[in-house]
Design a binder for this molecule. Structure first.
Ligand code: ZN
Length: 143
């Protein structure tokens, strides 16, 4: 499945101290009526929670990082799920570093608290990106 759209509105903004990173990005997309976009961010978090998809068990396991870390890179997208077409769904992955410069990361999960950061969201127009349950992987994929 490949969708071809055009860049629409481009937003750059500051993340809110103390906010949940995933929830804030999702709320921003909802507030602006964004249904498809590319998203990126850098900054720092007070703590983080990331997921790793166990392909055999077909479910996410989670890592909790209970300390401040840098967001080296957050890369993701916005689309919608078939069961909730009116609500933007943010899928993002993060690479985080600790005080030693060691990198960790995964699928961004709720439970990641912003210390400070900056994000960019590039809307994609003229395209419909909808996630549907995929029997092969157990994930909600575009299709
Ligand atoms: Zn993911």
């Amino acid at each position: 499945m490949i969708a071809q759209g055009k860049p629409g509105r481009v937003f750059m903004g500051r993340l809110t101290h103390g906010a949940d990173l995933l929830a804030e990005l999702t709320a921003f997309a909802a507030e602006k009526g964004i249904r498809a976009a590319r998203v990126e961010a850098i900054g720092a978090v007070k703590c983080a929670r990331t997921g790793f998809y166990d392909q055999a068990a077909r479910k996410y396991g989670y890592h909790e990082f209970g300390k401040p870390m840098e967001i080296l890179a957050l890369v993701g997208n916005v689309s919608v799920k078939a069961e909730a077409p009116g609500k933007p769904f943010v899928h993002a992955h993060v690479t985080l570093s600790d005080e030693e410069g060691r990198a960790f990361g995964g699928h961004l999960a709720e439970g990641t608290t912003v210390f400070a950061g900056e994000f960019c969201m590039v809307e994609l127009t003229g395209v419909e990106l909808t996630r549907r349950p995929d029997e092969v992987t157990g994930l909600a994929l575009w299709g």
